[in-house]
Design a protein around this ligand. Structure first.
Ligand SMILES: C[S@@+](CC[C@H](N)C(=O)[O-])C[C@H]1O[C@@H](n2cnc3c(N)ncnc32)[C@H](O)[C@@H]1O
Length: 238
């Protein structure tokens, strides 16, 4: 389903970030199933916020926030939290979550490319499981924008489907990922979902992401690939 685009004034050559790519996670039914499929876990979000030293009074922006768990957990510990997403359905779910917990993060209907942060530079910018929605040229633009909202010394955190294997073994690793991770319909992301991710979305190699992070103005503090298909980067704004 096409999403409503609050910023239709961009040039014709601009990436249409409000048009879903790959698996459409924005439909009402997909949003309803999203937390189960994705394994959304507030405890894991809290553990991440601890690692990123997000505390009362910290300013945090979560880009492509989905159903908003990370921003809600940040707000619950007293942070000034912002969640940004192109999907109004996701944001409605995030809003409902924040009401359940009695907190009020700032929800923004905006994208990686057109979100404009007003207010002071923030301490932490996060994005999980979403940067792969942009082709590489636009990933770089998105990372520049993320750096632009962070104070010097601030933290940028990225978790995504990012390939740590080498190009010569790519097909073998991707097939193994799809064969082992696909779940029956109704029990999680399916084999068809993973196939669509590889075919239609824009996940890329960790060495490409590293170069982009550096060019965006970040020093990489740590990076890990717990699986050959996934990676996290913790960075510091220069
Ligand atoms: C797989 S979900 C991840 C959500 C959340 N970060 C999490 O960890 O559960 C991907 C999210 O990215 C959002 N999205 C896709 N393209 C986007 C863009 N260009 N800017 C902002 N959000 C985007 C989708 O609407 C969706 O909510």
């Amino acid at each position: 389903m096409p999403r409503s685009d609050p910023a239709p004034h961009r040039p014709a050559w601009y990436f249409p970030e409000y048009t879903p790519v790959g698996i459409d996670l924005g439909s009402t039914s997909a949003v309803a199933a999203y937390d189960r499929n994705q394994g959304t876990d507030p405890d894991a979000d809290d553990a991440l916020l601890d690692r990123l030293e997000v505390a009362e009074g910290s300013h945090l922006v979560d880009l492509a926030c989905g159903t908003g768990s990370l921003a809600v957990q940040a707000a619950r510990r007293g942070a000034v939290a912002h969640g940004v997403d192109v999907s109004e359905e996701m944001l409605a779910s995030a809003q409902a979550r924040s009401e359940r917990f009695g907190v009020a993060p700032h929800w923004h209907h905006a994208g990686f490319l057109d979100y404009s942060h007003s207010g002071p530079l923030v301490d932490v910018v996060t994005t999980k499981s979403a940067l792969h929605q942009l082709p590489d040229f636009w990933k770089q633009q998105a990372l520049l924008k993320a750096a632009g909202m962070l104070r010097p010394g601030g933290t940028f955190y990225l978790w995504d489907v990012i390939f740590a294997f080498g190009p010569t073994s790519a097909e073998e690793h991707l097939q193994q990922w799809i064969d082992t991770e696909g779940r029956p319909e109704g029990e999680g992301f399916t084999r068809a979902d993973f196939e669509a991710h590889v075919r239609d979305e824009f996940s890329t190699y960790s060495w490409i992401i590293e170069g982009m992070l550096q060019r965006a103005g970040f020093d990489i503090v740590s990076s890990t690939s717990p699986r050959p298909t996934h990676a996290e980067f913790r960075c510091r704004r220069r």
